[in-house]
Design a protein around this ligand. Structure first.
Ligand code: NDP
Length: 246
């Protein structure tokens, strides 16, 4: 894969988990990295240090992706000072699992706001600046297999992730002529803070590969989608789920 020392990638929710793994993978390919967390944290500091140790430029932004104005201001200030990103990985997300019958409004709202509105709040302000660079670009949306197949106890999360897949496919159409690709990645069960042991135990019998995935296994696909080698892949959903959906 080609190395691009002068290109930067913004990854929302990259203090931990899949976002952090994406940052490390992309740093390994030579991209400058713009990390992000909801608020400054030890995890974010550690990721900054780990990316820096890989010899690329790194900086970090902190804002709540649910806060439309805060997201817009922080992103526009950053690109004004440092230039527009080559790639955006819309990764920040959360789940609040409960059966629909017992789902309180807060569980619905927080999941839709963080995962789906968060995508709008981060990606929309950056679209025209990306177009204006006239060099193309890459947008990768971290959805979920739950948005493809639906998952018990995740009506909120499945709705948000299915919404993200629709959004990514529609945006791909709008940006294709500008050489900007938009793809979604749909991970299955990945070993991060989001997933607790009881969920893993219940899911394992249904996963053909009989194990959960590693954040690095999602990051490798994201790294490819951001690269020049993926220039002709757009409007796709790539499943990384050990065969769970099939
Ligand atoms: P983690 O809980 O490990 O990390 C979540 C990241 O998102 C953190 O960096 C967190 O920042 C950030 N974040 C959460 N809420 C907000 C917010 N309101 N504003 C800003 N940042 C926020 O999760 P994963 O790495 O597991 O998940 C990453 C993505 O992958 C999510 O979109 C998730 O839905 C998706 N996914 C995960 C799967 C899994 O099995 N783990 C499976 C399928 C999809 P901070 O540290 O500051 O809180």
């Amino acid at each position: 894969m080609s190395i691009h020392p002068s290109k930067s990638v913004f990854i929302s929710g990259s203090s931990r988990g899949i976002g952090r793994a994406c940052a490390l993978c992309l740093a390994g390919h030579g991209y400058d990295i713009v990390l992000h967390g909801k608020s400054p944290s030890q995890a974010l500091e550690q990721t900054i240090a780990d990316v820096k140790a890989m010899g690329v430029n790194v900086r970090a932004l902190s804002f709540d992706v649910c806060d439309r104005e805060a997201a817009r201001q922080a992103l526009l200030k950053d690109i004004e000072e440092n230039g527009m990103y080559w790639g955006i990985v819309a990764n920040a997300g959360l789940s609040r699992d409960v059966t629909f019958a017992g789902m309180e409004p807060q569980a619905w709202d927080s999941v839709l706001k963080t995962n789906l509105d968060g995508f709008y709040n981060v990606v929309q302000p950056l679209v025209m600046p990306m177009v204006h660079t006239r060099r193309g670009g890459r947008i990768v949306v971290i959805a979920s297999i739950s948005g493809v197949m639906g998952n018990r106890g995740q009506v909120n999360y499945s709705a948000a992730k299915a919404g993200l897949i629709g959004a990514a496919k529609a945006l791909a159409l709008e940006l294709a002529s500008r050489k900007i690709t938009v793809n979604a990645v749909a991970p299955g069960l990945i070993e991060t803070d989001m997933v607790d042991e009881s969920v893993t135990e219940r899911a394992l019998p249904f996963i053909p590969m009989k194990r959960v995935g590693k954040p690095e296994e999602v990051a490798a696909t994201v790294g490819f989608l951001i690269s020049d080698d993926a220039a002709y892949i757009t409007r796709s959903v790539i499943e990384i789920d050990g065969g769970l959906h099939g």
